[in-house]
Design a protein. Structure first.
Ligand code: ARG
Length: 567
C-alpha cells in the first residue's frame, strides 16, 4: 500500500467535509518530518492558506477533526500549521518490509522511463594516453547514471566518445616510423606510445622539420591513406586494450565507441546547414558562430586551414545521435572545465532551430587531486588508474587478512572491497565538488565508506544464514521500537532517492542513501538481538534484516559497487 496515496485520500475527504474545498496534487505535499517524534508524515497546511484564506493552524485543526484513527492511522496531531500523521508502527513496518522483499532487485524500479532513450557520453578517453584518475569520475558517474536510468525504465546508450582525432596523432605516426617498432608497442602498450610522443617533442626542438612530417601524416590520416590508418588503428587498438582491462576491473561497459574520428565524414552537412542558416561568420580567415548576444565567445567551427574542431565534432555527433537513437536526453559526463564548450555548442544547436537542444545536458563534475596535491602530467604527478585499483585491492587484502583470516575467496572479496571503496569514494560527494583522494578515507571501515556499507550488508547476510529457514509467522509488533522504525523509514525512502538521483543526474544521492540505511541498521543491530526465544518476533526482525540486505545490494549495484555476502 502506498501510504502517501492513502493519507492524501483522507486529507482530500477531510478538505471537502470541513471546507467544501478540493485541491490537486496533495500526495506531493506530504513531507517526511525531520524527526520521528513529529510523526511519519506531515502535511504542511500553509500550502492551502491562500486558497482557503485561512491561517495554517486553523486549517490543520479543521482537517484533524475530520480524520479519524483507523487501521493505518494511529493518530493525527496539529503542530504549528502542520498536520502530523502517526501510523501504526507495525503495519507500517510490515507493509514496507514485505514490499522490499517481494520486489527484490527491482525494488525502487519503475517503468516511468517508458523505454525512452538516454544517450550517455562518459569516460571518453583519449587515444595514446594511459588511463589515469582524471578519468575516474566521468567513467563511474556515467556508469551509475546508466544503471539508475535503466532502473527507471529508460533505455540507455553508453557512448565512449574517444579522443581519437588531432594533429598529435600525425606526430606519433612520424615518431613511430622513425624510432618505434610493432613489438615494442605491443609489449609496452600505451606507455610506449606516450614515450614516442615525448621523444617527438624533444627531437622536434632540434629539428623543426619534424613538425612538417607530423602535419603530413596527420593530413594522411584525414585523407584516409591506408598506411596512416593502419598505424593509427594500431595505436587505437593498443590504447583500448589497456583501457579494457581497467573497464573490466570497474565493471563498466559501453554500447558504442564512436569517437571523434567517427565524425570525419559527418561534419560537412552540419557546416553546410550552418552556412545556409546564415550562422557561419568569417573571422580572421576562420569560421565561427557568433554568440556575443548570449554573452559567450564565438564557437569555432573551422580553422583558417579548413580543419574542424572539437566543437564541430560534437555538433556532428549530436546530430548523428539524434538521428540514430532519437534520444530523449543526451548527457555529457565531462569535467566542469569544459562548461563553456558545451554551453557554446548547445547554443549553436538552438540557434539552428532544433528544439531538442534543450535535451542536451552537460553533467559536470569536479577535479580530483591525490593526497592533497593537484595532478599534473607536466610535473609528472600522474596516478594511473590500473595502479590505483591494484593498490586498493592489495590494501583491502591486508585488512581482510587481519580481520577475517578464515574467509574463503579472499582474493575475490579483496577485489570487490578494494575497487568498491574507490568507486564509492568517487561517488560520495555532490559531483560538482572537487575530490581529494586519500587512502585513509577511502578504506576506512568505520567511516562513510564503501567497506562500511559492504560490511553492513555482509553482517545482514550472516544473520540470515544463522537464522536459517523460519517457520513462525512474523509478529511485526517487534518492530515498534524507534530504531527499527528508522530502518523502515530509510527503506521506504529508497524509490524516492532513485528518482531524485535520476532527475538531478546525481548518483551521490544513492551513495549517501546506502550510508544512511547502513548506519540506521547498525544502530538497530546494536540495540536489539535479532534471534531470541520468541519465534514470531525473531521472524519479523529477520525480515527487516533481509529487506536491509536486499535494498543495500540493489543500491550499491546502481552505483557500480559489488556487495559480497561475507567479508
Ligand atoms: N576526450 C575528452 C577529454 O578527455 C572528453 C570528451 C567528452 N565528450 C564529448 N563529446 N566532448 O577531455
Amino acid at each position: 500500500m502506498e501510504f502517501k496515496a492513502y493519507l492524501a485520500q483522507k486529507i482530500a475527504a477531510a478538505l471537502s467535509e470541513a471546507f467544501q474545498a478540493s485541491v490537486d496534487g496533495i500526495p506531493a505535499f506530504l513531507e517526511t518530518p525531520p524527526n520521528p517524534e513529529m510523526g511519519d508524515f506531515a502535511f504542511p497546511c500553509f500550502r492551502l492558506s491562500k486558497t482557503l484564506r485561512m491561517a495554517p493552524p486553523k486549517i490543520a485543526e479543521g482537517l484533524q477533526a475530520h480524520i479519524a484513527p483507523d487501521g493505518v492511522i494511529e493518530r493525527v496531531e496539529c503542530v504549528s500549521g502542520y498536520l502530523n500523521f502517526f501510523l501504526h508502527k507495525s503495519g507500517y513496518a510490515q507493509s514496507i518490509v514485505e514490499r522490499v522483499l517481494e520486489q527484490g532487485a527491482r525494488y525502487g524500479a519503475s517503468d516511468e522511463g517508458q523505454g525512452r532513450v538516454i544517450c550517455i557520453d562518459y569516460s571518453s578517453i583519449n587515444i595514446a594516453k594511459r588511463f589515469h584518475i582524471g578519468h575516474l569520475s566521468t567513467t563511474m558517474i556515467g556508469n551509475a547514471l546508466y544503471k539508475i536510468y535503466e532502473h527507471l525504465g529508460y533505455k540507455c546508450v553508453g557512448i565512449n566518445h574517444l579522443g581519437d582525432w588531432g594533429t598529435q596523432f600525425g606526430k606519433m605516426i612520424a615518431a613511430y616510423l622513425k624510432w618505434g617498432s610493432r613489438e615494442e608497442i605491443e609489449r609496452d602498450g600505451v606507455n610506449a606510445l606516450t614515450a614516442l610522443y615525448v621523444r617527438f617533442h624533444k627531437e622536434a626542438e632540434k629539428d623543426p622539420a619534424l613538425e612538417d612530417e607530423g602535419r603530413l601524416w596527420f593530413k594522411k590520416i584525414e585523407d584516409g591513406d591506408p598506411e596512416a590508418l593502419r598505424i593509427f588503428n594500431k595505436f587505437k587498438e593498443i590504447t583500448l586494450k589497456d583501457a579494457e582491462r581497467v573497464y573490466d576491473m570497474l565493471g563498466v561497459k559501453f554500447d558504442s565507441y564512436a569517437g571523434e574520428s567517427f565524425y570525419n565524414d559527418k561534419m560537412q552537412p552540419v557546416i553546410d546547414e550552418l552556412r545556409e542558416k546564415g550562422l557561419l561568420k568569417e573571422s580572421q580567415g576562420a569560421y565561427v558562430v557568433d554568440l556575443e548576444d548570449e554573452g559567450m565567445p564565438p564557437c569555432l567551427i573551422l580553422k583558417k586551414d579548413g580543419a574542424t574542431l572539437y566543437a564541430t565534432r560534437d555538433l556532428a555527433a549530436a546530430f548523428y545521435r539524434k538521428k540514430t537513437y532519437d534520444f530523449y536526453k543526451d548527457l555529457y559526463v565531462v569535467a566542469y572545465q569544459q562548461d563553456l564548450h558545451f554551453r557554446q555548442w548547445f547554443k549553436v544547436v538552438e540557434k539552428m532551430g532544433y528544439d531538442w537542444s534543450k535535451d542536451l545536458e552537460h553533467v559536470a563534475f569536479g577535479m580530483v587531486s591525490y593526497e592533497g596535491r593537484a595532478l599534473s602530467t607536466r610535473e609528472g604527478y600522474v596516478v594511473y588508474l590500473d595502479e590505483l585499483l591494484q593498490r586498493a585491492v592489495e590494501k583491502a587484502r591486508q585488512i581482510i587478512e587481519e580481520k577475517s583470516p578464515n574467509l574463503e575467496n579472499k582474493d575475490k572479496v579483496a577485489r570487490q572491497v578494494g575497487i568498491g571503496a574507490v568507486v564509492f569514494f568517487d561517488l560520495f560527494n555532490n559531483r560538482i565538488k572537487d575530490i581529494d583522494f586519500r587512502w585513509e578515507r577511502v578504506l576506512n571501515f568505520d567511516g562513510e565508506t564503501g567497506p562500511y556499507v559492504q560490511y553492513t550488508h555482509a553482517r545482514c547476510c550472516s544473520v540470515l544464514t544463522k537464522a536459517g529457514e523460519l517457520s513462525a509467522s512474523p509478529d511485526y509488533a517487534a518492530l515498534d521500537n524507534a530504531a527499527a522504525q528508522e530502518v523502515v523509514r530509510s527503506l521506504e525512502r529508497f524509490p524516492e532517492v532513485v528518482r531524485e538521483a535520476c532527475q538531478r543526474n546525481e548518483p551521490s544521492l544513492v551513495t549517501r542513501f546506502t550510508v544512511e540505511l547502513a548506519s540506521n541498521f547498525n544502530r538497530y543491530y546494536y540495540e536489539n538481538r535479532i534471534l531470541t526465544e520468541d519465534a514470531a518476533a525473531s521472524a519479523a526482525r529477520v525480515k527487516l534484516t533481509a529487506a536491509t540486505a536486499s535494498c543495500l545490494k540493489t543500491a550499491l549495484s546502481l552505483i557500480g559497487v559489488e556487495a559480497p555476502e561475507k567479508m
